[in-house]
Design a protein around this ligand. Structure first.
Ligand code: SF4
Ligand code: SF4
Length: 69
């Protein structure tokens, strides 16, 4: 499983990119995106997905599958 960024909500602040332990987050034109092949939901690094923790906009970093995907 991986996380994804909801492009309509992302303000491109960049906070998540700096803190991703897998360097899975990068700028794509106007918003940031998560590479699903690199995102491991922070396993082994943080107890919870760190991008979701640091993102100032609630609901922007969400599971790539499941409700809201
Ligand atoms: S859940 Fe963790 S590994 Fe995945 S993109 Fe967010 S910070 Fe990076
Ligand atoms: S922390 Fe949130 S608002 Fe900021 S770039 Fe990442 S996803 Fe976008």
């Amino acid at each position: 499983m991986a996380y994804r960024i909801v492009p309509e909500l992302c303000t491109s602040c960049g906070a998540c990119e700096l803190d991703c332990p897998n360097e899975a987050i990068s700028m794509d034109r106007f918003t940031f995106v998560i590479d699903p092949d690199k995102c491991k939901e922070c396993q082994g690094h943080f107890d919870t997905p760190h991008c979701a923790s640091v993102c100032p906009v609630p609901g922007t970093c969400v599971p790539a599958e499941g409700p809201g995907a």
